[in-house]
Design a protein around this ligand. Structure first.
Ligand code: NAP
Length: 354
């Protein structure tokens, strides 16, 4: 029984690998950059496997003896499909930390195959979407029959290199909301709303963003109208409005390469001290046709820190055979209260109205 962490040499993969080694979880470190993966594996005293994802036979060899794959290599639009296909062949559980809507929906579409193979497919095992998925399930539980769901984040940290590259990869696609159960394209930063994140952070202006919950919260709650917001400073809001005009330009290879080169020159992600000092805040509102409203807030550790905790915990549950087969969201697999077990997580209900 072993957990293979793919992309273990990346910023987030390394956080997960170190946490797993500290916790004594049996892991194998993997990635396409064999020297980097081997160096970390040697330091942690663990085995490693170096392989890229474009050779199905090599992938099959690499997954022999593996019970669970935790994919930390993004953009997941490039890595999820070959790894899930290999997991279906190997009958290994598949988890990842994507927040990409197209990837989440594609994996939801593999539910029947996953059930037939007896494996769990659980994407979104990181900051997006574990806490928000649990909070969505919680407000839906408080207001049965809710028709509308709004979720909001204040991430309270800076992006890792990989998150920035994934954002650039998807920037030209614009925004997304869910309407009557369907994903609907909207412009970047389409709507804004003042969100009260509670006493520590206060009220912030947030704009719609096409994060993973537009996909997953529907599968978790069945609520058909969903908007996801992120709190951003005024300058970023202006930048996003500009991105509406720049959309076609962002899709062009030259502009993308320029932005990617800039990100690659920057730091890998927040430092350990930054991760320890910062916190993230979330907010959720369920609303029904009669105007009843249920609101709740969540405070969590810094988002990359929480990602390493939740991704490892869910992978360890898969390793112990505790997760149901088929496509799963975190709250569907583990319930609305799942996130409350992690240190530094606190939930607060705001009085229901209506
Ligand atoms: N949803 C969430 O809450 C959450 C949280 C954290 C991270 N993420 C996502 O996780 C991903 C990784 O973030 P990060 O900060 O750890 O990035 P990073 O430091 O840039 O690491 C990326 C890792 O993915 C590997 N990789 C990238 N493209 C690949 C491909 N086509 N085939 C095989 N391996 C590939 C890289 O391998 P090389 O070293 O060989 O390039 C590296 O190991 C990003 O997509 C980010 O958005 C999501």
């Amino acid at each position: 029984m072993a957990l293979l962490v793919y992309g273990a040499n990346g910023y987030t993969g390394e956080l997960v690998a170190r946490r797993a080694a500290d916790a004594g979880v049996p892991i194998v470190l993997a990635g396409r950059n064999e020297p980097a993966v081997a160096a970390l594996a040697a330091e942690l005293g663990r085995d490693h496997r170096g392989f890229a994802l474009d050779d199905a036979a090599a992938l099959d060899r690499a997954l022999s003896g593996i019970t669970v794959v935790l994919n930390c290599a993004g953009p997941f639009s490039r890595t999820a499909a070959p790894l899930v296909a290999a997991c279906l062949r190997a009958r290994a559980h598949y988890l990842d930390i994507t927040g990409e809507v197209a990837v989440l929906e594609a994996l939801a579409g593999r539910d029947a195959e996953a059930r037939a193979a007896g494996i769990t497919v659980l994407p979104g095992a990181g900051f997006d979407v574990v806490p928000s998925d649990c909070l969505a399930a919680h407000v839906a539980r408080r207001l049965p029959g809710a028709t509308h769901l709004a979720l909001a984040f204040s991430a309270g940290t800076r992006m890792s290199r990989g998150t920035a590259l994934t954002t650039i990869e998807n920037a030209h696609r614009g925004g997304l909301v869910r309407r009557a159960g369907q994903l609907v394209r909207v412009p970047s930063g389409w709507r804004s709303r003042r969100i009260d994140f509670g006493p520590e952070l206060g009220a912030r202006t947030a704009i719609t963003i096409p994060w993973g919950d537009v996909a997953t919260a529907y599968h978790t709650t069945g609520i058909a109208d969903i908007e996801v917001y992120v709190a951003v400073p005024r300058a970023v809001r202006a930048g996003l409005r500009a991105a509406r005009v720049l959309g076609p330009l962002l899709a062009s290879g030259a502009v993308k390469r320029l932005l990617e080169a800039r990100v690659r020159r920057g730091p890998a992600g927040p430092t350990a001290a930054e991760r320890a000092a910062r916190a993230s805040h979330l907010w959720a509102e369920a609303r029904d046709a009669a105007g009843h409203v249920a609101v709740a807030r969540l405070r969590t550790p810094e988002s990359y820190e929480l990602t390493s905790m939740t991704a490892l915990d869910l992978a360890a549950r898969a390793l112990r055979g505790e997760l149901p087969a088929g496509f799963q969201t975190p709250a569907r697999a583990c319930g609305p209260d799942y996130v409350l077990q992690f240190p530094g997580v606190a939930r607060q209900d705001v009085a229901s109205q209506g």
